[in-house]
Design a protein around this ligand. Structure first.
Ligand SMILES: [Zn+2]
Ligand SMILES: [Zn+2]
Ligand SMILES: [Zn+2]
Ligand SMILES: [Zn+2]
Length: 215
């Protein structure tokens, strides 16, 4: 493990800039078409081919290509349009693990070398895969949407925090303030119930979709 500029631990290393990169920073424009492999590979042999080529059509990649290229989880770079046509070239009943990198045959989803599923590499690769309209085939049973992961988290937090407070305030009340506590506790609970239904779902759809687009 090495430490990326942004202080995340990573095992990936940009052979061109000779710096560690994480699943986030690997997507910065400066590394867009860089040769990136694991740090342990670099230690053994830092040689690499330059200029880099699209792992599908073998055309030389241009530095200014920007979003026209996509980094696969095997760390190969592919034209986004080549990725789309590559994915579409698989038979329709291909299993998720059957969609592989054209060069090294590593399964495209989930990205093999980046474990942090919230990384920019994940978002960009996901976006590129969604251009094919075949995302269901590729994603299979792997949880993909950030929104799904997030919406599972907050509702229990919303639900449990106020209940803990109510319990905490109502149990000492047995000593004397029974009536006051009796009035406040149920009203708090009913407010929570009302808020709980519509708001978390709405919030999470609103807050998570721009995140996905921005990334
Ligand atoms: Zn980083
Ligand atoms: Zn680089
Ligand atoms: Zn290409
Ligand atoms: Zn590959």
């Amino acid at each position: 493990m090495v430490v990326c500029k942004c202080r995340k631990a990573t095992k990936l290393y940009c052979f061109v800039h000779k710096v560690p990169v994480c699943g986030e920073c690997i997507c910065f424009p400066e590394h867009q078409i860089c040769v990136v492999r694991t740090y342990s590979e670099w230690v053994i042999d830092g040689e690499y081919d330059w200029p880099p080529k699209c792992c599908q059509c073998q055309a030389v990649l241009e530095e200014e290509s920007g979003s026209e290229t996509t980094r696969l989880g095997c760390l190969h770079v592919i034209h986004t349009s080549c990725l789309v046509s590559h994915i579409k070239s698989f038979p329709p009943h291909t299993a998720p693990a059957g969609y592989v990198c054209p060069l090294c045959s590593t399964t495209i989803w989930p990205p093999k070398n980046v474990k942090d599923s919230g990384s920019r590499l994940h978002s960009l690769l996901k976006e590129a895969i969604m251009l094919t309209g075949l995302e269901k085939n590729l994603f299979g049973n792997h949880p993909v949407s950030l929104a799904v992961a997030e919406s599972r988290g907050p509702p229990p937090a919303f639900a449990s925090d106020p209940i803990v407070n109510v319990n905490a305030s109502s149990s000492p009340s047995k000593d004397g303030i029974n009536i006051t506590e009796g009035y406040t506790a149920p009203s708090t609970v009913s407010e929570i119930m009302e808020i709980d239904g519509p708001s978390p779902a709405g919030n999470f759809i609103k807050s998570s979709s721009p995140v996905v687009r921005v990334l």
